[in-house]
Design a protein around this ligand. Sequence first.
Ligand code: GSH
Length: 158
Amino acid sequence: MIDHTGLTVSDFAKSKDFYAKALAPLGYKVMMEFTAAQSGTTDAAGLGDTKPDFWMAKGPPNSPRLHIAFAAKNRAAVDAFYKAALAAGGRDNGPPGIRAHYHPNYYGAFVLDPDGHNIEAVCHYPVGAASKPKAAAKSRTASKKRAPAKKASKRKKR
Ligand SMILES: N[C@@H](CCC(=O)N[C@@H](CS)C(=O)NCC(=O)O)C(=O)O
């Protein structure tokens, strides 16, 4: 399980503004920020919902570009991300819609950030099942048969 991740950006102020606006529809905001003097390395900012799990730092942009996908609670949030990201200066890399080659309920949108990093918002839930992870998981694994659960072996008490 990933706790937090990050990327490097060439224009820190520009990218911070881009991500703050693009990710707002997904519930993200800038939660922490350090100057180079404070961190001892470089300017950095952490965005998140309840904790800063997505970081950006000023520096030569990662090459080749990174791909980072953010979870959206429903398809409307994916649409809103796409609109906000383009309005914030992102470049279109795939409008909101189903990508059935991933799975039948994979609804995503793709935008390139100011450095060309491929940023996505994705909702895995079927329509009407938003915010119900169990329903989404069921829809993703419906075709897979489960192996019968093994009985727990009884341990002798000492
Ligand atoms: N333009 C494509 C973008 C698809 C895309 O970027 N998919 C991701 C995986 S979900 C990917 O291939 N990332 C690799 C990369 O960006 O190099 C679309 O709209 O479907």
